[in-house]
Design a protein around this ligand. Sequence first.
Ligand SMILES: Cc1cc2nc3c(=O)[nH]c(=O)nc-3n(C[C@H](O)[C@H](O)[C@H](O)COP(=O)(O)OP(=O)(O)OC[C@H]3O[C@@H](n4cnc5c(N)ncnc54)[C@H](O)[C@@H]3O)c2cc1C
Ligand SMILES: *[C@@H]1O[C@H](CO)[C@@H](O)[C@H](O)[C@H]1NC(C)=O
Ligand SMILES: *[C@@H]1O[C@H](CO)[C@@H](O)[C@H](O)[C@H]1NC(C)=O
Length: 612
Amino acid sequence: MWSMCALLLPFGLVLVVAERNAREQRLFGWFDGNYGDRYNPEKFDSRTYDYIVVGAGAAGLVVANRLTSNEDITVLLLEAGGEPTLSSDIPLLAAALQFTRLNWGYFMEKQENLCQGLVDERMPWPRGRGLGGSSLINFMLMIRGNKHDYVRWNASGNPGWSYEEVLPFFIKSESATIENADDGYHGTDGPVDVVNLPHNLEVVNVFVKACEESGYQYVDYNGENQMGVSRMQSSLTNGRRCSAEKAYFRPARYRSNLYTCLNARVSKVLIRDEVAYGVEYISNNVKYVAYASGEVILSAGTYHSPQILMLSGIGPQDHLTEHDIPLIKNLPVGEKLYDHLAFIGLSFTVNEPIVELFSNILSLKSFWDFTVYGAGPLTVAGIVHALAFMKTSAANYTENYPDMELLFIGGGLQTDYGLIHKRMFGISQKVYDAFWGRIESKYSFSVYPMLLHPKSYGKLKLKSNDPREGPLLYGNFLTDPDQQDLRAIIAAVREVQRISKSPAFRAYDTRQVTYPILGCEDFVYDSDHYWECAIRSISVTLHHQVSTCKMGPETDPESVVDSQFRVHGIENLRVIDTSIIPVTPSGHTNAIAFMIGEKGAHLLLQAYNSFQ
Ligand SMILES: Cc1cc2nc3c(=O)[nH]c(=O)nc-3n(C[C@H](O)[C@H](O)[C@H](O)COP(=O)(O)OP(=O)(O)OC[C@H]3O[C@@H](n4cnc5c(N)ncnc54)[C@H](O)[C@@H]3O)c2cc1C
Ligand SMILES: *[C@@H]1O[C@H](CO)[C@@H](O)[C@H](O)[C@H]1NC(C)=O
Ligand SMILES: *[C@@H]1O[C@H](CO)[C@@H](O)[C@H](O)[C@H]1NC(C)=O
């Protein structure tokens, strides 16, 4: 154990140096035109721009880039965080970034009979802060969702959101070089690099083969047919993280019409006679204002866009009254919050070292492969190697549509001896010791089933009317009265068990780790009641919170923005980020954030040009 700690020391040093390095970029600021003013909030005070983009995250940076590709358009980009760090380049370190200033560091509010296995019984709900937003700390999995998601999105009163209509924006955003790509589904000259993981682990081949033996097709899950198994498609450039900052911001940052202000937290949108005309922002505890002659775009993400709306007087009337905020428009901001719950308690041992091992990650070869070839274990975030999309026996619909994603992890929380990934998920030491601690010396892998279309949903509330405070986040998981959500996860557990018994896995004497999850010892092992206990105790989020500013027609009492991102009843104000996603997606949300940014920018430019 101590030798492992000693080995980790270089990692720690890299992190510290990277942190420093990022801050020192300020020294060179004055070479960079407008960009050199990025820590000078006064420079932008009381000035007027065509557009103000609030939040430099995955969607916001797409908007800022595409708008300023027209030289006549001026854009002020306001971001609460700072620059990316060097360490954010190394995919394997993604989990560790959650302990840095790149994470807002929120937790879900306590929920009864959930998270008993987590520290303080609370689930970490991280969010990225800084140029790149959550794409700066995420796991780089690129998944667009299922075609049927967009049938649902369009059918819920949102014209323009059918699969055929969003596909061009997915294609526009990417430069894909993946094996097995389906024709007509991928872009080759967009800003975001999408590749198959440049790391081949034998256990991944076994997993793919086992799935095929169990009836799964090998698919391009971003192509014609999502249902099946696949190696991962990741946003990587030469094995390094390809964040929104790299893809969309770097190529645009020196443009003379793009003004960037970091360390600036927007506290409210200025609205007069139901027209937005600017924003108020706080930097180093000083308040400033900036004006938009065109539009204000909120791209502050799924937690902060709704918070800013409410602080500006747009939200549920009673809730705003409770916090002494004068009402401008009564809208159900924050009243719906869908998320994807994943169960992390399925681990299996094999009899040969075909899995990811700490000694392989921290080897000279691994550093060499990464530095020289952009390959090897350091290119894998969260140790996630492959995916399968499936419909469980609990699903009660007829469409060929997944209700579960299986994330295949070539190791587990024990791979780093509980140093990082355990903490990232907030698993308590006792719970770790009773399960993962006991397999530290074994060869083992894990499968995390993730529920795609939960019936239960949570909500977001203001903690106070102080813009420097975070919102209150409620997950409300597994609370649907039919217990459909729970049954689907248990059905997925059974499916994973079935796959683990296929010949490909048998050849390695694959066995499930059957140490009971701490607190669930009293249930008969492997009974549905046992799994319910385990699922409630150690489920986690994979960070796909959506719907807090739900898109829908004005006739939809749950909706906040219309199909063109415009806040109902307010002019010149749009929300363009993942908070508008109205339906649960069959995938993760980063690729969707890029698509949303592309579509949003397209609509903005269309509106701009029609006025010229
Ligand atoms: C730890 C983690 C892992 C993830 N892994 C994956 C994955 O592997 N694959 C995947 O597809 N998705 C993943 N996701 C989800 C995905 O990254 C996000 O859904 C997506 O990036 C969100 O994009 P966005 O534009 O809506 O918001 P964000 O990218 O979160 O951007 C919002 C930005 O606004 C800024 N901001 C907030 N408030 C203010 C304010 N008041 N003033 C100024 N600026 C403000 C924030 O600092 C941030 O930079 C992950 C998310 C997290 C947190
Ligand atoms: C999208 O929805 C509209 C109704 O809002 C419908 O008329 C149209 O046919 C749908 N488009 C597709 C491709 O399903
Ligand atoms: C099946 O789905 C419908 C619609 O979502 C739901 O109302 C119903 O309760 C479900 N039935 C079962 C047995 O879960």
